[in-house]
Design a protein. Structure first.
Length: 551
């Protein structure tokens, strides 16, 4: 009977048991990304404060047209990947400034920058008209580099919106043409040259060459800088083209981390990561990343990024809702299993009461037989002795049952109560749509560990109540130098003593002992071998343990 109880509790613990997640470099990058997402509002507030300090520092100061132009250009750079409308405002002021009216070079440079803002926001026609109005042959080399780079970038953005259409390759070919023009005049160590060179050779089919170029260049940049984010994100694209999804994910993580560190709201990596996670079935994290990407696109004001996010949102939202329903179903199944085990334990307890009743009847019959047998011969006295031994064993069994019934009733009640409390907590979190808290509760192993600890405490206390001198009796069977220490008022057994306790209760199979103590069968075999090696009588040691009396 005690074996059945032990097996039932072991099954409960195995059902509830989870599996730890390996900590890899990718896991650590995800942890860093999640931490930055939690601090997103704080980082954005710091960026706004920095820009506000720059803007206020120039208030009340009379600036020359040259200084006003440079101030607007600096504020444009600060808002470039942070706020579309502010970046548009300051670069538009430069276009309309008296300095730009008289300086064609500066007017062209400002128009190119405005075309960039319009491009990333999906306003392609206006961006193209601005660039068409510029005569590149009249510009300096530096401004022509910006011009060709923006021409290539505009066609690249247009290709993103024309995927799966006949116009896609037309835009890619145009982008390649302007990259070629840029590579002929740009300094070879410049950011524009390296990015254009890598993108050009990639489209020409030399993906490995593009990867090598960016792998060498990326360490020269600083995470949190927009250029770092661009190179890391583009490198992830190259790895995708070369069929290396793990490297693609790695560099998307680096790009997303850089975006969050630098408060870069005009970003792409988080959306791409959410798509990868959705395909892998990690719906909760995919939903969270896509929500962050959507909020960033709205804060920045990019229609292009908002449309790209909108394509994924229904798919990930549906998958996330489906996964949440599955989680609730798993919780309900676990509660059903708990209820079934509880009913099983109640049945075992009732069966124990029936055995007690049968034992009382047996005791009365034995007492009647003892009264008759006292007048019989020596053979009958021998029989009496045997019956007395049987009676002692039954009393011992009765004491064991009484002790374990009370203990396991209390343990059963506590587990049921905890199960009910967690069920209420899950329902409340689900009702309040606190999905992150619900997921954290579902993932936590604290309830399982607490249940294991409670099981060990109840087992140790119940066993020592039945066999109060068990440790001392075991020590009598051991070599003097290998005996266990006996602490005063000790209510806890070591793992070795628990193995011996289960042997004393009649559980001798290594697999069953390993299941109950949540250890490997190899560990149990090692414990038993070491205990025998420390015994006075190795061959009969376990049999001697089985003979230890309750009092």
């Amino acid at each position: 009977m005690n074996k059945l109880v032990a097996i039932a509790f072991t099954a409960l613990l195995i059902v509830a048991c989870g599996r730890p997640v390996a900590d890899t470099q990718t896991d650590r990058l995800y942890q860093t990304l999640d931490s930055l997402i939690e601090r997103h509002d704080e980082i954005v507030a710091a960026k706004e404060s920095q820009i506000m300090s720059l803007s206020k520092g120039l208030q009340g100061v009379t600036l020359t047209p040259e200084q006003e132009y440079e101030k607007n250009l600096r504020l444009y750079d600060e808002y470039l990947a942070f706020r579309f409308d502010s970046a548009f405002y300051y670069i538009n002021r430069n276009i309309q400034s008296p300095l730009a009216m008289t300086d064609a070079e500066r007017r062209a440079a400002s128009a190119i920058r405005l075309a960039h803002i319009l491009s990333v926001s999906g306003i392609f026609n206006n961006a193209r008209l601005l660039l068409d109005s510029i005569q590149p042959d009249l510009l300096s080399t530096e401004t022509r580099v910006l011009y060709y780079n923006q021409r290539a970038e505009l066609n690249l953005y247009r290709s993103e919106m024309a995927q799966y259409t006949p116009y896609f390759m037309n835009y890619i070919d145009s982008a390649q043409y302007y990259r070629q023009m840029l590579l002929q005049i740009a300094p070879k160590e410049s950011f524009e040259y390296i990015v254009s060179r890598a993108s050009y050779v990639c489209e020409q089919g030399d993906v490995e060459g593009a990867i090598r170029l960016f792998e060498e260049y990326l360490p020269t940049l600083q995470s949190g800088d927009r250029r770092y984010s661009i190179v890391a994100s583009t490198l992830a694209f190259f790895y995708w083209k070369s069929g290396q999804p793990q490297q693609q994910e790695h560099y998307l993580l680096l790009s997303a981390i850089s975006d969050l560190q630098g408060a870069i709201l005009e970003n792409n990596a988080l959306r791409e990561l959410s798509s990868i996670l959705m395909e892998r079935g990690v719906y909760e994290r995919a939903y969270r990343y896509l929500s962050r990407a959507s909020n960033d696109a709205q804060q920045y004001g990019s229609r292009l990024r908002s449309m790209q996010v909108a394509r994924l949102t229904p798919v990930i939202t549906k998958a996330y809702d489906t996964e949440r329903e599955h989680a609730l179903q798993r919780t309900n199944r676990l509660l059903t299993i708990l209820a079934s085990i509880t009913l099983l334990l109640v049945g075992l307890i009732l069966f124990n009461f029936w055995l007690l009743y049968k034992r009382r009847i047996a005791n009365r019959k034995i007492n009647q037989m003892n009264a008759v047998l006292t007048s019989q011969n020596e053979d009958m006295q021998t029989l009496n002795t045997q019956l007395s031994t049987l009676n002692t064993q039954m009393k011992e069994a009765n004491r064991i049952k009484d002790e374990y019934i009370g203990r396991f009733l209390e343990l059963c009640s506590a587990l049921i109560h905890r199960g009910e409390e967690r069920h209420k907590l899950f329902n409340r979190l689900a009702r309040d749509r606190k999905l992150e808290d619900l997921y954290a509760e579902l993932k936590s192993n604290s309830a399982i560990n607490e249940g294991i600890k409670m099981f060990h405490q109840n087992f140790d206390t119940a066993f020592l109540n039945i066999y109060p001198d068990f440790i001392g009796e075991v020590n009598r069977l051991m070599i003097h130098d290998c005996q266990f220490e006996i602490e005063e008022d000790s209510t806890k057994l070591t793992t070795e003593l628990r193995v011996l306790a289960l042997i004393r209760l009649g559980i001798v199979d290594n697999q069953k002992i390993a299941d109950i103590l949540r250890s490997s069968i190899t560990t149990i075999y090692t414990y038993r071998s070491k205990l025998k090696s420390r015994a006075l009588q190795r061959d009969t040691f376990e049999d001697d343990v089985k003979q230890i009396a309750t009092y």
